[in-house]
Design a protein. Structure first.
Lengths: 241, 306
């Protein structure tokens, strides 16, 4: 119990004194996770939409596959990306191994199934009538699709948030691709793993508290954004059908 | 796949630039922060940042063989020689040494005090088989230099390692982690382990373990730096890697190594290789002398053919 209290005190100390090492690790964590979530969203939201609105052979199977990959272990992503971007791998010429760029690539791959799959489910959650009504009101297909996406934006936002949560909390890619290089690729989760293995439990706890606070802040900011587009009480409520 | 390539290219702007040097190192130099100190001084002098990836000798060699780093620092002679012979690395340079310790809880449940290293290992096994609840041995089990040393000690004690590293042996635990984490676990389990002296010193404050067996030729631990061969690994920054190696064996580098930790721990954690070449069995032309390996890929390719 004392350890937890000491960790809390240490966390406050580190934050208040703006410890340069901690500030560096924290801002790096945020930059990398936000970049990969953004990149992931940029690719997967349109892709998810495309998959939902188009019908093709094996679509059901494909969606099952994506949903299976929700539980893709981070170390497997780490291993695959390692084999891909290591100097002797097919993308080795890019020199991404042990760089923040490599980590962003890894985390983007990591959040891809969640973002794509949940985009599809979010769109599925919108009543078919919305699309049909739009079309009956004279919308062309493009306009109808945009109407459905607008209806689903809350759920899609939740998907992006979940993707961010997965990116910021993962440690497999951070360690295997980043290499936990101090001042360059060390992020909060990797720092926690390292300090725990070095027996510095207090510092690990403090970093853990910072990590959770960071998620909270991002959540709150997104919440504000939601209030902006929807009015107060921007909490997802199941829509009555 | 196309998408993947797209992301890769877009994140390539984040990729490495020329003024960074990538080093894969054994955990002891990292966990004790010696490497931090050396890197800092090197950066001050040459303006080059050293990015250290810490892992056991096994993984460091892996990174080297795949060409993901510019140089490696390891401590396992047989594998060092093979690494150079296979054309992955240029030249071995011994730059520091210390000793392995066998550490245990203060009460020494297996009674190994006064024995030599191999005798102690035999005794730990004997007592462990009799009473695995009381006598345990924790192994790195991660293919590191320390793990290799441990295996050679079991062999020296007359045991086949496969008979030791066996799931029916409840007295023998493998952690699969770095030295620091292994020491923490040994402490929790009140067990025995083989550790390098420097990591033990750096962690001693948090542990109630004591070194029972220290020193002696069979417990020597020699650190070696090897730059990647640019003929085999085009991306490797051989010039900078040689610069760092030459810094390690320079008067300044050797003095930094010899004095590191004296103040904090009351004794040095490492010894400089220079002046102790015969003692540590490292030949004169490999021991604490600047590297004269050429960085021209053509030269090294020719040398390889010869």
């Amino acid at each position: 119990m004392n350890e937890i209290l000491a960790g809390l005190i240490r966390a406050i100390e580190l934050i208040v004194t703006l410890d340069p090492e901690v500030v560096g690790v924290t801002s790096r964590t945020l930059t990398i996770s936000l970049s990969s979530t953004f990149l992931g969203a940029l690719i997967n939201l349109p892709l998810g939409g495309l998959i939902y609105f188009r019908s093709f052979r094996g679509k059901g199977l494909f969606i099952h596959l994506i949903q299976t990959l929700y539980s893709l272990p981070t170390v497997i992503v780490g291993l695959l990306i390692f084999l891909l971007i290591s100097r002797s791998g097919p993308l080795g010429f890019l020199g991404l191994m042990f760089t923040p760029g490599g980590m962003i690539l890894g985390q983007t791959v990591l959040v891809t199934p969640i973002l794509m799959g949940l985009t599809i489910s979010s769109l599925e959650g919108v009543s078919r009538q919305v699309r049909e009504t739009a079309i009956s009101l004279g919308a062309n297909e493009y306009q109808a699709i945009m109407t459905v996406i607008k209806e689903a934006r809350q759920a899609i936002m939740a998907a992006v948030l979940l993707g961010f949560g997965r990116a910021i909390s993962e440690v497999g890619v951070a360690m295997m691709i980043g290499g936990n290089i101090r001042g360059y690729t060390r992020v909060l989760t990797a720092a926690i793993a390292l300090n725990t293995s070095m027996g510095d439990i207090e510092l690990s706890l403090a970093l853990g508290i910072i990590l959770i606070s960071l998620s909270l802040i991002v959540n709150l900011l997104l919440g504000l954004f939601r209030v902006g587009i929807r009015g107060p009480g921007g909490i997802m409520v199941p829509k009555g059908r | 796949m196309l998408l993947l390539a797209l992301i890769a290219v877009s994140s390539a702007s984040w990729a490495e630039d020329g003024s960074r040097l990538k080093l894969a190192t054994t955990t002891s130099l990292y966990d004790t922060e010696l490497l931090d100190t050396l890197d800092q001084k090197f950066q001050d002098e040459y303006g080059v940042r050293v990015d250290s990836v810490s892992g056991g000798t096994g993984i460091a060699i892996q990174y080297g063989e795949r060409g993901d780093v510019d140089l490696i620092i390891i401590h396992d002679k047989a594998r060092e020689l093979k690494f150079v012979k296979d054309g992955h690395g240029l030249q071995r340079r011994c730059f520091a040494y210390n000793y392995f310790y066998i550490v245990s809880p203060k009460d020494d449940p297996a009674g190994i005090t006064g024995l030599n290293a191999t005798q102690a290992f035999a005794k730990i096994r004997e007592e462990g088989l009799k009473n695995p609840d009381k006598v345990k041995f924790v192994s790195r089990g991660d293919n590191s230099g320390t793990h290799t040393k441990e295996q050679s000690l079991w062999k020296g004690a007359g045991f086949n390692y496969s008979a030791i590293n066996n799931s029916t042996n409840h007295w023998y635990l493998e952690t699969g982690t770095g030295m620091g984490a292994t020491l923490v676990m040994t402490n929790e389990k009140s067990a025995y382990t083989l550790t390098d002296m420097s990591t033990f010193m750096a962690y001693k404050g948090n542990l109630s373990l004591v070194p029972l067996i220290q020193g002696g030729k069979e417990l020597l631990n020699i650190y070696v730096a090897i730059a990647m061969n640019p003929a085999k690994h085009q991306g490797a920054n051989c010039t900078l890697a040689n610069k760092l190696i030459n810094f390690l064996v320079s008067d300044k580098g050797q003095a930094l190594i010899a004095n590191f930790g004296k103040e904090k721990y009351g004794q040095p954690l490492f010894f400089a290789a220079r002046g102790n070449c015969t003692k540590i069995g490292c030949s004169e032309d490999e021991c604490a002398v600047p590297t004269n390996a050429s960085c021209s890929a053509a030269n090294n390719a020719a040398a390889e053919i010869r």
